[in-house]
Each structure stands twice: as structure tokens, then as C-alpha cells.
Ligand binder design. Structure first.
Ligand SMILES: NC(=O)c1ccc[n+]([C@@H]2O[C@H](COP(=O)([O-])OP(=O)(O)OC[C@H]3O[C@@H](n4cnc5c(N)ncnc54)[C@H](O)[C@@H]3O)[C@@H](O)[C@H]2O)c1
Length: 505
């Protein structure tokens, strides 16, 4: 099927970008908005986005004129009469979409393919509302559409032969990488991404760590392009909230229940970038006061309880005894920065392999103990227990900053911040593959190209070590008793079998 004239309905965060992608590839585009005001906003998105490309030297001014010249903007759906394809990008509410598709079915020629850019809604339900269910598919672009390379092409049990392949070929012509999948809430990317973003909001609500610290941990520690709250603001909190609701309705998994904080922000009209304020947009956080600090001790590594006991009355009797590269690295960095190890240290950093509090209660002065977990080579999570003094917490922050690391203060909870967010996401990916929904390579490609992640979940699992992730999941399960945190059977079995890579065909 040849697609030359396409319609895009809804020119908001996604639709304007999708219209631009089609026009850049030489297709003629009719963009439809709800009213004149929204149309003007849509035109503004298109002009700004292509204008920026010119400013950055990625587009010649003449090319920009040609692209904009291929786009016709209208508030009348009737103008879509003779297009080959319509991509819908209106809000993520099933009733709105069904009403729109019924109307498009009436307006467009029977050969026209109708596609939804929905992030999570049932394509089957939308298709079934039309008189052409075989011609209705999902064509799910990622934000920002002109940049992200992935398009999920969603077929249903009633898709006509060849339609998914034709739409996938079109995605290829747009310079995108298509991944063809079946119709499940959230498809590949949002089924894995949104629960992680939602869990970040839950951790913040529980007071495990703050917004900026969680964002810094995931960006600098894991190497993601941005932290979860920055991404939620980019996606739009209303869209994220709706997607979570759809996931929950399908799975009844309590982790998919939208975080109450999301509902509150959405109700307040704080939707993220598109409304000017969401998680961000307030005044910047004040830096905590600096502490006075001279000495430190490090305990932990193998046999931490024994080492803590050996630390006796005044801290680590034999100086830093951190085991493992991370611990050794921290002590070295601190020594290089001129700090002294002391038997009466200002602060005891505990390289914890289990709850920090279990180590702290063995010290004569547990108020001085802060748990440390190094993530990558830039981030140190600093876990305060219920007994940690504010002075010790602040001293630990200063220490790791001086050591050239970004401190992420958090509560003493299993997985602290990074593992608590990362490991369940990796586990979900294994379960998704185990269920037969998508291949390892498709899942990895989808997360890399749809989210700009440096590696897909299976690549991350293999580089972290399957046993480490399995054990971390066990600890999370033991702490939160959340069934979805129990290691996926495939992961568990590979670790038991001593295998370090996932089998691929
Ligand atoms: N935001 C993201 O990161 C993202 C990513 C991928 C997919 N999606 C999906 O794309 C769709 C749109 O999301 P968005 O974030 O662009 O929303 P948005 O709120 O930014 O834009 C929606 C646009 O649709 C317009 N609209 C509403 N009703 C309309 C109608 N009846 N006819 C024409 N236009 C209408 C609105 O005026 C608005 O401009 C949703 O299904 C969402 O799940 C969003």
C-alpha cells in the first residue's frame, strides 16, 4: 500500500511532531485540531521545532519552507476524505478515541488505514468500533517524535493481512525502526517504562528520596538520558496518569495504580512542560548547610556485621576495610582528598549489603552511621537510618562530594533508590519475554530507540550480572512483599544454572 497523503488528528505534544516527521519524509500532511486556538498552538509547535532545526544547522531554511509547505492545517475532519492514512494523537481517553474513529470511518474512503498513537489503550476496542476493523492499527511514536527512532506498530487479532507490514514499511521510510507487536496495554515500551516512572513517584511520596536526588541517581548512576521526574514532565502528567490507569485496569497489579501524587498534580493543572509546571517549574531547592568534617571510617564488604563489631568503641579499628571495588574506590578517593581515617570518626560510612540499621545498632554510637551504595562511577547513594543524626547525614554528603561523587540521600530501604527502580523494570522485561509477547532483541531495541536508553534491559541485566539482579530482587521482595518483585522464573533458573547470558535464537 502506498501512503502519500496522511492526516494527523491532534497537534499537541505528539501530533505536531508526527506531522513534522511525515512532512520531512516528503508526504503531504493534513493536520486537524479541535478548534482555532488549538490549531494556532499546533502551528506554533511545528514552526518552533523546524525553526530550532534551522538554528542548529540541521535544516536549510529552504528545506524548512518546503516541510511547512507540505502541511495543511484545518479544524475540519471532513478534509481527511481522501487521505491514505490517518494517525490520531488526541488525549489518552478511550471514549474520545472511539468517537473520533467512528467519525473517521464515516469520512474516509474504505481503503484508508486508521492508526492510533495511543500509548496504552486497546487498539482492538478502537478497531471494533469502526466498520473497518482490519484497517485499524496502532502506530505508536515516541516523544519527541522527530528525534526518537522507534515506532511500535500494533496489530490486532482482526488486522487485515499485510496492513501491519505496510505500516511498518512506512515507518522505515520515515527513517524509523518499526517493532511489530500485539495488542497489550502499554505495548513494549510503556508497559516497562511507566511502572518505573510511577514507582519513582511512589518512592518520593514515601519520602525514600527527593525529586532531584532520584533524577540524579537514575541519570548519572545508570546513564539514562534523564531522570524519571524530568521524563514525566516531558511526557505530560495527564498522559502518564491515564496510561497508568489503563495498565492497572488490564493487570490489576497494584504497582500500576497511578501514584496519588500524579493525580493531585494533574488535578491542580500541573501537567509538566506543556503547562509550564509539573514536578519541576518551582523555585530551585536550597543547598543544605555545609558540615564541619575531618575524619571518616568505612566498614562493610564481606562479613559486614563482623567488621562493624570489630569497629568497636570508636569506629574502624584498622582503618578503612571496605571490600569490593566500590568501597575501596571511595576510601581511596577520600584519602586522596586529604581526609584521615580515625578511630573516633566524624562519620562512619557503611558499605551495606543488607539494611544499614542492622550494622548501625552494633555501633556504640549508631547516630554516626550512614549507608553508602556506589552506583557507577558518579553517584553515591547515602542511606540514613532512623538513628542517623542530621549532622552525620550532612557530613556524609560533604564527604562524597569532595570525593567527586554526586550524593543521593535516601532512606534505609531495600534497593535504596537505583536498585529499587531499576531491578523491577529489568524483572518486568524478563517476564514480558517469558510470556511470549516480544523477543529479547525487540525489547532491547524498543527501550534503546524509544527511550534513548544506553542499553536495553537484557543488555543491562547481562552487564550488571544476573545473580546480582536476582539477589537484589529477592531483597526487594523480602522488604516490600510485592509479588512482582519476586525474580522472574527464567532469571532465577539461569542464575541457578550458572548461565550469564539470556538464550537467544
Ligand atoms: N506525551 C507523550 O510522551 C506521548 C508519547 C507517545 C504517545 N502518546 C500518545 O499520544 C496521544 C496524544 O498525547 P499528547 O501527549 O500529544 O497529548 P496533548 O494533550 O499534548 O495533545 C492532544 C491534542 O489533541 C487535541 N485534541 C483533543 N481532542 C481533539 C479532537 N477531537 N480533534 C482534534 N484534536 C483534538 C488537543 O487540542 C491537543 O492539542 C495520546 O494517546 C498519548 O497516549 C503520548
Amino acid at each position: 500500500m502506498a501512503f502519500e497523503r496522511v492526516g494527523v488528528v491532534g497537534l499537541g505534544t505528539m501530533g505536531a511532531g508526527i506531522a513534522e516527521v511525515f512532512a520531512r519524509a516528503g508526504l503531504r500532511v493534513i493536520g486537524v485540531e479541535a478548534d482555532a486556538e488549538a490549531l494556532a498552538r499546533g502551528r506554533g509547535h511545528l514552526e518552533r521545532s523546524t525553526g530550532k532545526a534551522v538554528d542548529k544547522g540541521r535544516l536549510e531554511p529552504g528545506q524548512r519552507d518546503e516541510i511547512l509547505g507540505r502541511v495543511t492545517l484545518t479544524t475540519s475532519r471532513e478534509d481527511l476524505r481522501d487521505v491514505d492514512l490517518v494517525v490520531e494523537a488526541i488525549p489518552e481517553i478511550l471514549d474520545y478515541k472511539i468517537a473520533l474513529f467512528k467519525d473517521l470511518d464515516r469520512i474516509c474512503e474504505p481503503r484508508t488505514v486508521l492508526a492510533t498513537n495511543s500509548s496504552s489503550l486497546s487498539v482492538t476496542a478502537i478497531a471494533a468500533a469502526t466498520g473497518r476493523p482490519g484497517q485499524v492499527v496502532g502506530m505508536h511514536f515516541f516523544n519527541p517524535a522527530p528525534v526518537m527512532r522507534l515506532v511500535e506498530v500494533v496489530g490486532t487479532v482482526v488486522s487485515a493481512p499485510g496492513v501491519v507490514a505496510d505500516v511498518a514499511a512506512l515507518a522505515g521510510r520515515l527513517g524509523k525502526t518499526p517493532v511489530a507487536v500485539g495488542d497489550r496495554a502499554g505495548f513494549v515500551v510503556n508497559r516497562l517504562l511507566l511502572p518505573y516512572l510511577n514507582q519513582a513517584a511512589v518512592l518520593m511520596e514515601l519520602g525514600v528520596a527527593g525529586r532531584d536526588d532520584i533524577d540524579a541517581a537514575m541519570k548519572l548512576g545508570v546513564g539514562l538520558p534523564m531522570g524519571p521526574f524530568t521524563l514525566l514532565d516531558l511526557i505530560g502528567l495527564d498522559t502518564a496518569y491515564e496510561v497508568m490507569g489503563v495498565l492497572f485496569d488490564e493487570t490489576r497489579d497494584r504497582r500500576h495504580a497511578p501514584a496519588p501524587l500524579l493525580r493531585e498534580l494533574v488535578t491542580a493543572g500541573l501537567l509538566g512542560r506543556k503547562s509550564g509546571r509539573g514536578f519541576y517549574g518551582d523555585s530551585p531547592r536550597e543547598e543544605p548547610a555545609k558540615s564541619r568534617l575531618g575524619t571518616f571510617g568505612v566498614i562493610g564488604g564481606d562479613g559486614p556485621a563482623e567488621q562493624a563489631r570489630a569497629a568497636g568503641g570508636g569506629g574502624p579499628a584498622e582503618g578503612p576495610r571496605a571490600a569490593g571495588a566500590g568501597g575501596g574506590g571511595l576510601a581511596e578517593r577520600l584519602r586522596a582528598a586529604g581526609f584521615k581515617e580515625s578511630e573516633d570518626p566524624d562519620v562512619v560510612l557503611c558499605l551495606a549489603d543488607r539494611p544499614v540499621i542492622e550494622h548501625a545498632v552494633r555501633l556504640p554510637d549508631p547516630a554516626r552511621m550512614v549507608g553508602v551504595h556506589l552506583v557507577g562511577d558518579q553517584v553515591a547513594e547515602l542511606a540514613s537510618t532512623v538513628l542517623t543524626s542530621e549532622e552525620a547525614a550532612s557530613a556524609a554528603r560533604d564527604l562524597v562530594k569532595i570525593a567527586g561523587l554526586t550524593p543521593v540521600p535516601c532512606k534505609d530501604r531495600a534497593g535504596f533508590v537505583v536498585d529499587a527502580l531499576l531491578f523491577p523494570y529489568l524483572n518486568d522485561a524478563v517476564r514480558m519475554h517469558e510470556s511470549g509477547y516480544a523477543s529479547i532483541d525487540d525489547i532491547d531495541a524498543a527501550m534503546r530507540l524509544g527511550c534513548g536508553y544506553p542499553a536495553g534491559p537484557f543488555e543491562m541485566l547481562e552487564s550488571l550480572g544476573l545473580a546480582k539482579v536476582r539477589d537484589g530482587l529477592r531483597a526487594l521482595y523480602a522488604e516490600y512483599r510485592e509479588p512482582a518483585f519476586a525474580p522472574a522464573p527464567l532469571l532465577d533458573q539461569l542464575v541457578t544454572a550458572g548461565v550469564s547470558r539470556f538464550p537467544r535464537p
